[in-house]
Design a protein around this ligand. Sequence first.
Ligand SMILES: [Zn+2]
Length: 574
Amino acid sequence: MNMQSLESVDNMFKERRDRSGMILGTRKGIWARADGGGLPPISNAHPVSFSLLVAAALLALSITSGVAKPVEPQTQPREGHALWSHPPDAGTSAESVRQFVAKCKRANIDTIVMDIKGMNGEVYWRSKKFPQAIAKGYESFDMLEHLTREAHAQGIKVDAWLVDFAEGERGAAFREHPEWAMLNPDGTTTATETLGVAKRRYPYVWMCPARRPGYTDQWLLPMIEEIATNYAVDSIHHDYVRYPGDVSPEGYCFCDYCLKHIPRYAMLSYETGSSVRFRVNHIQERIEANWWSDPTMIPLDWNQRDRREMADYILNGRTIPGGPPDMRYYFYEYRVHQIDTFVREVRERVRKINPKIEISAAVFKNPVQSARFIGQRWHEWSRWVDVYMPMTYRSHFAGSFEDYLAHLTEVTGRQLEWTRREQPLFAGIASTYLYREELQPLEDLRERVGELKNLPATEATERADKARAISKSYEALRERLTQFAPQREREIGSLVASVVADGSRAATPEAIDKLAAALVQLRRDLPSGFCPPEKLFRAIEAARQAKPDGIVIFAAGNLTIEKLWPTLETAFKR
Ligand SMILES: [Zn+2]
């Protein structure tokens, strides 16, 4: 038997094992673990002998039954339906929480993933350990307690969603412990970064996952322990469980702790005899093949270098003098290790407190690439995470809506390959980004109006240009608005007319403000049908083609704005 046919036997066996898992199920009723189906696990140590065993078994089966038929599942695994939600969705009264849960129930949601630690570090439970972090308005109303009670009464699970490593620059953690923040080679935090070509200010401070004692072990882990101890949540849900990805994927972290520990983690020198340096022993022809002669990679004057020099060496240095500039490999490995360590610690600590509480995680779409860019090698987390929820949003893809549908199917299939179906995987779809074509004209119009507002009355030519741009943007929006909300089109149309009249020469600040306010209001409360429901249907169907274990939608508040709750009810009908 050649290697190729051995491999195909292994694949056949895996297929059968998965199918048997569907029959046996797990406590979630989805996929069995590889070691949970009563069959021996595939061992890396003895692939050939095991494959032969399987081949013999299949051969015996084909002799007795003629053809080796796959075992048909008796019951189909039920597709999981989760919804990322924010505190305003549930409101601040027992009654509003009840109504929100009822709405989720109608939409066949079986897991509410509720944000309880937001982007600014604010928390939405009545924390005894961190009362200084409690969000305004939640000091006496315990949203999480109400939500778990109401949801469980309806048979719905609650995942407690935490923004892990991003904090607000005015958040309690950074305010009290600025030394816990990630630092770039210049020694400043992510709040000194800007976003986009317009250089928008970035208001978040990322905290160093590595530093101990620090944010991870003094703040985040104790918060998670408090939730696991005091609330009947079903899961802890990781988000932002990584390094920053948009502001500066390679700029962090070069805090004092990391500058010391990156070389230590990769063991680039010895602590015993730390002043001794070993040179490359050139005994192999290829320069990089001499790596195992164990040269000391950290220069003798390391501690005299400043932060920029150290960061430059870690990012651009060479393992072997004369070899490729590969030192940053250790930087990436170190970051992956730090995030892995945190995810493992959460599993261990939560399990100690309440073994019934599971872990779920919002992760980037491609774990191989996210390991390199943001330290998130999530497909290796199956020991520490019970449900993967990759954010396979359209915003993470180039191309048209049709391109996205094809990519969504393909990427979801690849995610199931990457994770080897060791744990359930829910395809994450964000409704808003599906509507790029419908929403862009409105965004453009809002931007143009904002620009006009900032133009002084003396800039007549620029104002005339802006008036033309506003008219053009409105034209792109008008047809859709007329179709779905003719009355609102008339109102906004007349506001636009008053602003652009005579090249905006006579447009008063009040008129511009009135138009801007009307556009804000429109964006907050889109007419029914403005966001075509079929796009959401088709995205869900595209994900389903890859056969994920569930679908998770971002987010409840957007569904309200986009008038898509009835769509979800239909799409998730059982
Ligand atoms: Zn650090």
